[in-house]
Design a protein around this ligand. Structure first.
Ligand SMILES: Cc1cc2nc3c(=O)[nH]c(=O)nc-3n(C[C@H](O)[C@H](O)[C@H](O)COP(=O)(O)OP(=O)(O)OC[C@H]3O[C@@H](n4cnc5c(N)ncnc54)[C@H](O)[C@@H]3O)c2cc1C
Length: 405
């Protein structure tokens, strides 16, 4: 097969842009195919980028606020402050500019970009992949051929569905507004919990620069009991404990979107792979998908490029490329989910209140600050179970869950 590109990437989101950059920097020819007429819109994101994810793309000029910590509220109001003033925990970015910066890096490394374009069919042959692309404005179609097709096309990935690659283990739903008029502590985000506000998960208020805030929440359909995330959002604003904080807000924008978490069983097939949200990479504990998506591709980039150059891209070859990192990432995700369920998602408000009373003890807060790492929640969960007497009764259940996760 005469190929047009070594790799065709469907989706020019942050993970598509970063993937394009890493592959181009290693000498490959790459095209990104993006259905929208601009990069970075529409976006559904709270805009939190961890330092390690930021290190990967160095998009520092998209930062709108540095965050030192979180003020976490239990269902009855117990406050657990996590973080230390002046010690950066995470960045808040303008997500549109962040996506554009990352995709621009891909273009500068040599990738091409087709906007307003979507795949309509894709066939894999022993020699390559043949993809029909339609331009949505002109309705013109063209055939592109490559050695490898990568789906970076988000939570409802066309590539994943076309090649019947399965589904992420969980699909949470997130809702968020942007507001002015909220008075929060500068450089600190806030989290609210409880079954009325965010069943099994949490709501957030994130400072986003120039006096603006992002207010949102996420949960799962089976925990919402017929309510919508918008109902929960309204309940947060009217909650007797918190309503005073929200009384002067003016909404300027709102979004709703899926958070896929739980790496799919087969993220690759002959000449096809999926990365980022398409593969279900978001963290089960925070919903953050940028860092895991970046890590998923950076952990295999060198080996993958060797295989692409040698045109060895069967499912077996791709399994060999990914086997030292992806199963480990999946396992870590499964363990974090098991601990999240045990400590938070399956708990009643009364039980959560008890947990918060324990979290709020000074020695536990020190432990959280010492071991707590948004990137690796499992060690913290295990330390809490081991070192906090009140949590010891959960340790056996945790052991069983971790064993079978
Ligand atoms: C409310 C909410 C808040 C969140 N907050 C955070 C946060 O604070 N921090 C964080 O790290 N993560 C957060 N996430 C998750 C984060 O937004 C995603 O994990 C991240 O965007 C994944 O990047 P991606 O490139 O894999 O997919 P996307 O960002 O979804 O990009 C996919 C791209 O593919 C394009 N595309 C899709 N289908 C096609 C097609 N058929 N043809 C062509 N193009 C296509 C899309 O237009 C898009 O440009 C949040 C999610 C939600 C819903």
């Amino acid at each position: 097969m005469d190929i047009d590109y070594d790799v065709i990437i469907i989706g020019a989101g942050p993970v598509g842009g970063y993937t394009a950059r890493l592959l181009c920097e290693r000498g490959l020819s790459v095209v990104m195919v993006e259905e929208h007429n601009e990069v970075g819109r529409p976006f559904q994101c709270a805009g939190l980028v961890t330092p390690s994810a930021m290190d990967a793309v160095e998009a520092y000029d998209t930062v709108v606020e540095d965050v030192d910590g979180a003020l976490i509220h239990g269902p009855s109001g117990t406050l657990v402050p996590v973080g230390r003033q002046g010690e950066l925990r995470t960045y808040v970015v303008c997500r549109k500019r962040f996506d554009q910066t990352v995709v621009q890096q891909g273009l500068e490394a040599g990738a091409d970009l087709l906007l307003e374009s979507q795949p309509t069919s894709a066939e894999v042959t022993p020699d390559g992949v043949e993809i029909e692309i339609i331009n949505q404005r002109t309705k013109e179609t063209r055939i592109l051929r490559s050695k490898l097709l990568i789906g970076c096309d988000g939570a409802h990935s066309w590539v994943r569905r076309r090649f019947k690659m399965g589904y992420p283990k969980e699909m949470m739903v997130g809702f968020q507004t942007e507001v002015v008029g909220y008075q929060g502590k500068e450089g600190w985000l806030e989290m609210y919990s409880g079954s009325e506000i965010a069943p099994g998960f949490f709501a957030w208020v994130i400072p986003s620069g120039n006096g603006t805030h992002r207010i949102g929440l996420w949960s799962k359909a089976d925990l919402l009991d017929g309510r919508t995330v918008l109902d929960c959002y309204n309940d947060l604003l009217k909650h007797p404990l918190w309503k005073d904080r929200f009384e002067n807000i003016i909404e300027t924008a709102r979004y709703c979107g899926p958070v896929p978490s739980g790496m799919i069983r087969r993220p690759f097939k002959d000449r096809v792979m999926v990365i980022g949200d398409a593969a279900g990479m978001a963290k089960p504990t925070t919903g953050g998908g940028l860092g895991p998506g970046f890590k998923q591709i950076s952990s295999i980039a060198d080996k993958l490029v060797e295989r692409i150059n040698a045109d060895q891209l069967t499912e077996k070859d791709l399994k060999a490329v990914t086997k030292s990192s992806w199963p480990k990432m999946k396992k870590e995700q499964d363990r974090a989910r098991a601990l999240r369920d045990l400590l938070v998602s399956t708990r009643t408000d009364e039980e959560l209140d008890e947990h918060f009373a324990n979290f709020a003890k000074p020695e536990v807060i020190s432990l959280i600050n010492e071991i707590g790492d948004i990137e690796k929640p499992v060690p913290l969960g295990l330390a809490l179970l081991k070192k906090v007497p009140a949590f010891r009764k959960l340790a056996l259940q945790a052991g069983v869950k971790l064993l079978f996760s």
